[in-house]
Design a binder for this molecule. Structure first.
Ligand code: SAM
Length: 210
């Protein structure tokens, strides 16, 4: 059984990480994550909701003139994101909220985005269902996520170290984001894996409502 953290524990971990998160995550950006964010987000039409936006590493990659709403559990991460938005002269509405109970009406946004976050959601399927709920029926859901590599040796290594790794930032690096997105009842339209089979770029539609 994988270790599981409560939303309160996740909030605390990321409040503590906010001061150094950008420096460490910067290594991933250099390895190609920045390019993947750019490719993904240029397909973000209309008004966008970014769930678990963290320090706002994705903001610069949205097409200009987009209205963005950013939510996250961690006030510390959102403080850094606010500073980034102001530096980039972007108008972003910020909200401290849990992805598993989004404070928005059904079908409110044209695009719903999650980057590198499905790994940390305490209940990823619940969060993904919420994201689908607030996305317009013909809107777009965009994901840049990481998970268990499909290269068996790497995947097994991730499995062996998953609990130890999760203790730092609550990141479960051997989850299967594509399967989780499908389990949430979302219709996947584009999916590709890259960077040693670890990273996923996924486009989806929220799918029919019951
Ligand atoms: C690894 S960081 C990714 C941040 C950002 N999306 C990025 O691409 O750099 C994960 C983020 O998810 C947030 N998070 C985790 N669980 C959450 C939840 N249930 N609701 C809202 N935010 C959550 C954390 O606070 C943290 O900011």
């Amino acid at each position: 059984m994988a270790v599981v953290f409560t939303p309160g524990e996740i909030r605390q971990k990321y409040d503590q990480a906010a001061a150094w998160y950008d420096r460490v995550e910067g290594i991933l950006e250099i390895l190609g994550i920045g390019r993947l964010r750019r490719e993904l987000l240029r397909r973000a039409p209309g008004e966008a909701l970014e769930v678990a936006a963290g320090t706002g590493k994705s903001f610069q990659h949205y097409p200009r003139m987009r209205r963005i709403t950013a939510v996250d559990l961690s006030p510390g991460m959102l403080r850094v994101a606010r500073r980034r938005a102001s530096r980039l002269k972007l108008e972003v509405a910020f909200l401290g909220a849990d992805a598993e109970a989004l404070p928005f009406p059904d079908r409110r946004f044209d695009t719903v985005v999650s980057c590198l976050s499905v790994c940390t959601f305490p209940d990823p399927v619940a969060a993904l269902r919420e994201m689908a709920r607030v996305c317009r029926a013909d809107g777009r859901m965009l994901f840049l996520e990481h998970g268990r590599s499909d290269r068996e040796r790497i995947g097994r290594w991730q499995d062996r170290h998953a609990d130890g790794h999760a203790r730092h930032l609550g990141c479960h690096w051997n989850r299967a984001p594509l399967d989780l997105v499908r389990q949430a009842g979302v219709t996947v339209t584009v999916a590709r894996r890259t960077l040693w089979g670890i990273f996923h770029v996924i486009e989806a539609r929220p799918g029919p409502r019951p």
